[in-house]
Design a protein around this ligand. Structure first.
Ligand code: SF4
Ligand code: SF4
Length: 350
């Protein structure tokens, strides 16, 4: 069996659902990425605009001396529940990927095992480097070039039959491997469902996302207050957003089972969550991506969701939280939420 096939077979044995190979040449979308940065679409993610980060994204080979090939893999995770619960009163919503143990560790561990098997497969010592989400690499573009799938209008990678509920990872190696061909065609054709369904019109015509408007960014990465005109559009989301994936017809046949199972509920009770101390919150979400929002960011999201959903007891709970809160940003959000609860009920877009 050719070495490339043996490597892919090992990746599948390790639990990855797709595996392809590409070169470390400059990703085709690097120019578009630069324009995205120049337009400010990276919002507060300043690390993306740093010179070292840009040059690594332009030249993936710089991440590993002697790099000759990039092995791209994907791991499936279960799609969000369909349909959403009929009664949403008082319940928040956490994005599907965050219900599992932190995927960085899972993908990293799988790729480390694959890296450890390369010398045995190749019959020589092999230099390699594992990259997951935190490495400066245009992973969706490399995965597309490695034949794993296409980029949809919502900017995500779609693998044939598997859809977009995938965690991606890369293994850079000094092995000279035969690259795979990228897939032809456009799976979106004239569909625009994700663009139309995005609550904040964050999807751009070039298939990128304006993070300044994206609820996924705003509820997870953003620090400080969320701009007030976007708060009602959060609806019941307290961590992440699956809307542009959930409406996609390409995801309707996505497998519902995956190697990892959810370890937390997608629908936390907002009032119970607001009552959690920092230590209790950390203990509850230990090992999951939810910690990424930080305690303050998560409470900010809770306050906005409480204002949007208006469950019984929200006013008293927010008032008590405001009395104890020292952070000026959080105090502002709590005050805003209390004002919303005093105003007449207006239905928010979800
Ligand atoms: S994650 Fe949500 S807010 Fe962000 S682009 Fe998709 S639908 Fe829009
Ligand atoms: S919803 Fe339609 S346009 Fe958006 S990614 Fe899916 S197929 Fe493409």
């Amino acid at each position: 069996m050719p070495l490339e096939s043996e490597i892919k077979a090992e990746a599948i044995k390790l639990g990855f659902v797709v595996c392809g190979i590409t070169t470390p040449a400059q990703p085709e979308t690097f120019g578009a990425f630069q324009s995205w940065i120049e337009a400010g679409c990276h919002a507060g993610m300043d690390y993306l605009a740093r010179p070292g980060s840009l040059s690594a994204r332009e030249n993936p080979a710089s991440l590993l001396p002697g790099c000759r090939s990039v092995i791209c893999v994907g791991l499936s995770y279960p799609p969000p529940e369909q349909p959403a619960p009929a009664s949403r009163s008082g319940l928040g919503l956490i994005a599907a990927y965050a219900l599992l143990p932190d995927y960085h560790h899972v993908v990293q561990a799988g790729l480390e095992k694959l890296a450890a098997r390369l010398p045995g497969l190749a019959g020589r010592s092999v230099q390699s480097k594992v990259c997951v989400d935190t490495s400066p690499i245009l992973e969706k573009d490399l995965a597309r070039r490695a034949g794993l799938g296409w980029i949809g209008r919502n900017s995500l990678l779609y693998a044939p039959r598997l859809g977009s509920y995938l965690f991606l990872g890369e293994l850079l190696t000094d092995l000279e491997l035969l690259p795979d061909a990228s897939l032809q065609g456009d799976p979106c054709q004239d569909c625009r469902r994700c663009v139309d369904a995005c609550p904040t019109q964050a999807l751009r015509p070039d298939r990128s996302v304006d993070a300044r408007r994206c609820l996924s960014y705003l509820t997870i990465e953003h620090r400080g207050s969320i701009q007030s005109d976007l708060r009602p559009l959060l609806g019941w989301r307290v961590f992440g957003c699956d809307t542009c994936q959930a409406v996609c017809p390409l995801n309707q046949a996505a497998p519902t089972s995956a190697s990892a199972l959810p370890v937390i509920s997608a629908h936390p009770d907002l009032l119970e969550e607001l009552a959690l101390s920092q230590a209790a919150w950390k203990a509850k979400y230990q090992g999951t991506p939810v910690l990424r929002a930080g305690y303050a960011g998560y409470r900010r999201n809770l306050a906005v969701a409480l204002a949007n959903l208006r469950p019984e007891g929200a006013f008293q709970a927010l008032q008590a939280a405001l009395e104890e809160e020292l952070s000026p940003d959080l105090r502002d959000t709590f005050r805003w939420a209390l004002e919303q609860l005093q105003a007449p009920d207006v239905k928010t877009k979800s």
